[in-house]
Design a protein around this ligand. Sequence first.
Ligand code: ZN
Length: 343
Amino acid sequence: MSEENMEASSRRRRRVQRLKKCIILTVLFFIFLPTVLCVVLFVKMYNMDKYLRQLSERVDILTEETAEQQDMLRELLESRQVIGQGKQMESETSREPAGYEVAVSEPEPGPAEPVVTVEDEKVTEPAETEEPTVHKVYLTFDDGPSSNTGKILDILDRYDVKATFFVVGKESEADKEALVQIVERGHTLGMHSYSHKYAEIYSSEEEFAADFEKLRSYLEEVTGVTCDVYRFPGGSSNTVSSLDMHVFMNYLDSQGVRFFDWNVSSGDASSTQLSAATLAKNATRGIEKQDTSIILMHDAAGKPTTVEALPTIIENILAMENTVILPITEETEPVQHIQQDNN
Ligand code: ZN
C-alpha cells in the first residue's frame, strides 16, 4: 500500500471515529435531557406536594378551630335559650379527596310549625309538663359503607339498637354486602349523594338530580330498598353550594324524600383524629335537654375512634332516663338547619 493510500485510509478512519463519537454524544444527549427534565419535574412536584400538604394542614387547623368556636357559641346560645331565645349552630367538617367541606347551620328561630327545630320545641316546652318527655336519640353514620361498617353493625347488634346510615355510591363487593347487612339487620338506609363531590352535585339541579337518581337506583338494585331519607353532603347549611340549597331541598321534596341534618355532632368529621373519649363526650352532650337528638357520626375507614367510641356512646345514652335510641323512620321529626320553602 502506498503512503498516500495509507494516509487516506487513516483519515477515513478518523472521520468515521469522529462521526461515531458525534452519534454517541447525540444519543447520550437525548437520553440525558429527558432524565434531567424528569429529575427537575420530580423535584418541582415534590415541592408542590409538600406545599399542598402544608396548606391542607393549615386548613385542618383552621377547620378545627372553627368547629371549636362554633361549639362554644352553641353552648353560649343554649344557655341563652333558657330565657326564651333559641338559636343553634353546628358544624360538620370533613376532608375529602376533592377538597374539604365546612357546614354551618343557622336555623331561623321563626315560628314555622311542621318543620320544628329541636331548639324551637325546647323553647315552647312548658315547665308544668307532668308526663316525662321521652328523649329520642338517632345515631346517624355518614359516608359509608366502609371497612368499619361491619364493626359498627356488630356493636349496634350487641346493644340491640338501630341506627341510620347515610351512604354514598360505593360499588365493591364488600360495600354491596355492607349495604345489604345494614338493611337486613334492621337499620335505616339513607342517601348521602353518590359522588359526595360538592363541585359536581351542587353545580346545578340537573347534576344533583342525576347524582340522586344514580344512588337511589343503585341502592334499590343492591338492597331492594327505595330510600326516602337524605342527608346533604356538608349539611343543608353548607357553605360550598354554588346554588341556593332550596333548589335541592325542593327537588328532594318533589321526589318524596325528606332530608335530615343533625343537632349533635360527635366531632369525628375533624381531620385531626379526636380520641374515642372526646367523641363520646361530644356525641352525648345536651341529649337529655332535647326531645330529639340526631347525632352526626361517620362510617369511614380512616375513623377508627368512632367505632371505638360507639359502645360508650350507646351505654351513656341507654343509661339516661326516658331516653330511647331509634332509627330514622317516617315518624321522625326532622332536624333541619334550613327551613324548607313550602312548609
Ligand atoms: Zn359526608
